[in-house]
Design a protein around this ligand. Structure first.
Ligand SMILES: [Zn+2]
Ligand SMILES: [Zn+2]
Length: 338
């Protein structure tokens, strides 16, 4: 009997990789894969062949499309559940157009695929890359207030941890070895950060509600460089982080009509309400959640007039969000009229 147990144990050890790595909050799949590879004594580039994947940007490609069999294999070999692994990928269709395109070699002023906050990396026990850093609409770190970076400040190459051939953690540049935690702090003014926040809040609520409004707001955000009159490639996802920070600085000085206007008065009004609630994370989350649930009701149950519908939604929402703190916060908010 004891022999049988030992045999089973050996099978488990053979099937599982020796070390499992827990995903961190908001960790991007590729970041977790690189940490997992190193923990098991394999450099990221060699790990790609161990998984039967091609060369180049193998892990960023998995971020965009994670086949079910790959997620199942990773779950099999680690202690991490398949759903948790799939949730680290960036496969939500609504915000896909805002993802920075995969580019290994970058030219001046052009975007690279990944951004980072040096101070976040410095404060991590095991430095890792966040999912939100993949979005072109993100330019700063909400925790540290500094601008994000998208290159190694020493050799100016993009983040290429997927190509690392040595057993070196991913916060060291894979080309020159510079410690990205020591990158100089990039400045962003407060107004630009408020605009970034407003865009994130509107996208969050719209993607929980209706797909036409999400497509609309995403295309407005992508056209931001045109509105700011920054003539470097037209689309936000094409611009380097430094160029997007300049773009947001320009836009922050303008009215936000370019972002909130919509032919449906109810949508435009909803966006103005979201702007007024800006910075109240819990309130925005509850609002998105409530509208998301409301949206699933049959169409015949929705009030016929868009403005009356919104008023109903907000009234009901305020009733639902009966939490004392939230209610107090909400009463303090000035809601602009359409
Ligand atoms: Zn940070
Ligand atoms: Zn470098």
């Amino acid at each position: 009997m004891a022999i049988e147990i030992r045999e089973r144990y050996r099978d488990v050890v053979r099937d599982r990789w020796p070390v499992s790595v827990d995903p961190q909050p908001d960790e991007l799949l590729s970041s977790w894969l690189h940490r997992l590879a190193l923990a098991n004594g394999i450099a990221p580039r060699s790990f790609a062949s161990a998984l039967g994947l091609g060369e180049g940007m193998w892990s960023p490609r998995l971020d965009l499309q994670l086949p079910g069999e790959a997620a199942a294999l990773l779950a099999d070999r680690t202690n991490v559940r398949q759903e948790t692994i799939s949730a680290m990928a960036m496969t939500e269709p609504a915000l896909t157009p805002l993802l920075l395109p995969l580019r290994e070699n970058v030219h001046r002023n052009r975007s690279s695929w990944m951004q980072y906050c040096p101070l976040c990396l410095a404060s991590d026990e095991a430095p890792y890359f966040r999912r939100r850093w993949r979005l072109a609409s993100r330019i700063s770190c909400s925790a540290h207030g500094c601008g994000l970076r998208d290159r190694c400040p020493a050799c100016r190459t993009a983040i290429v941890s997927f190509d690392q051939v040595e057993l070196v953690p991913q916060h060291f540049c894979a080309r020159c070895g510079f410690d990205l935690r020591a990158a100089p702090k990039a400045g962003v003014n407060a107004a630009a950060r408020r605009l970034e926040r407003a865009i994130a809040d509107i996208c969050r609520v719209e993607s929980a509600t209706d797909s036409a409004a999400t497509i609309d707001v995403v295309s407005r955000v992508l056209r931001a460089p045109v509105v700011a009159d920054i003539g470097l490639g037209g689309t936000l996802t094409n611009l380097s982080t430094a160029a997007r920070i300049r773009c947001f600085n320009q836009l922050a000085a303008k009215r936000l009509d370019w972002l909130v206007t919509h032919e449906d008065a109810a949508v435009a009004h909803r966006r103005r309400i979201i702007l007024a609630a800006g910075g109240h994370d819990e309130l925005i989350a509850r609002f998105a959640d409530f509208l998301g649930k409301h949206q699933t009701r049959p169409r015949s149950m929705c009030p016929p007039q868009p403005c009356a519908g919104l008023a109903d939604v907000l009234t009901a929402y305020l009733r639902v969000a009966g939490d004392r703190t939230t209610s107090k916060r909400h009463r303090r908010l000035r809601v602009p009229q359409p």
